[in-house]
Design a protein around this ligand. Structure first.
Ligand code: FES
Length: 252
């Protein structure tokens, strides 16, 4: 941080001694994350075109009260908090949207909007970001349903069938799984919190698990983006088929 201190002209927003186009980094985040937020919100409130044959949109899984017996609104609104909370509190996304949307700071060694009274994530509301590990447990629960949906998508009217949609849902679920396994708290749980893995039960297994999760964790940013795009595309595909805009091709 000593370097950042020398490269930043303190007290003036956007002031920096950096010569590279640092602002270029935040543009894709604004476009992709902002675009996804708008699309996902519209889809969650739409409450229609989320199912076709054996396909269920990941935005609506698990599907609760689709017949509106006790919940008059879109079923997606009942489950939105889980995946949204997991993404919103993710360590990587936090950095990305703090920079892109709050400009706080806009980039490393670039002057931010305030210099004093900064309490980071120790005060409300940002202290709630610490709930990420609990959203991780919730995400495991949601992922189990997505795997069920992906497997179910290969069965149509009692027969095995591979459609384009089956592959779309399967690939999306694999990418979401990789993204979840790349999560920082999961790596911490597996072994990162321990000083000596050789002194605990299942030390060898935990070491192997920690190593595997660490390898995924190194690509956390990549999986975060790829899975964000894939979940949006999977929902879009199901919607297009359910609307009748496209026909799902049978591959096998
Ligand atoms: Fe990004 Fe957990 S830290 S998903």
């Amino acid at each position: 941080m000593a370097q950042a201190g020398t490269a930043t002209a303190r007290g003036r927003f956007g002031a920096t001694l950096r010569r590279d186009p640092w602002w270029v980094e935040i543009l894709p985040v604004v476009l992709l994350l902002g675009g996804f937020a708008v699309y996902a919100t519209l889809r969650a409130f739409e409450g229609a075109y989320y199912e076709w044959g054996p396909y269920l949109s990941p935005f609506y899984s698990p599907l609760i009260d689709p017949q509106h017996h006790w919940w008059p609104f879109s079923p997606a609104l009942l489950i939105l908090a889980g995946p949204l909370g997991f993404r919103a509190t993710c360590y990587y996304y936090r950095k990305a949207y703090y920079r892109a949307f709050f400009l706080d700071p806009p980039a490393c060694a670039v002057g931010e909007t305030r210099d004093r009274g900064y309490r980071g994530e120790t005060a409300f509301p940002f202290v709630l970001q610490n709930l990420h590990r609990y959203f991780l447990y919730l995400a495991v629960f949601f992922l189990a349903f997505l795997w069920y949906d992906a497997v179910r998508s290969f069965s149509y009217q009692g027969h095995f069938r591979v459609g384009v949609g089956s592959l779309v849902l399967l690939v999306n679920t694999v990418l979401l799984t990789l993204s979840l396994f790349a999560c920082h708290p999961l790596r911490h749980l597996a072994g990162g919190k321990l000083d000596r893995l050789s002194c605990v039960s299942f030390g060898r297994a935990r070491l192997a698990g920690w190593k595997a999760l660490s390898a995924l964790n190194e690509r956390h940013m990549l999986f975060a983006w790829v899975s964000l795009v894939s979940v949006g595309l999977a929902d879009f595909y199901v919607r297009q088929v359910a609307c009748g805009h496209i026909r799902d091709l049978t591959l096998l």
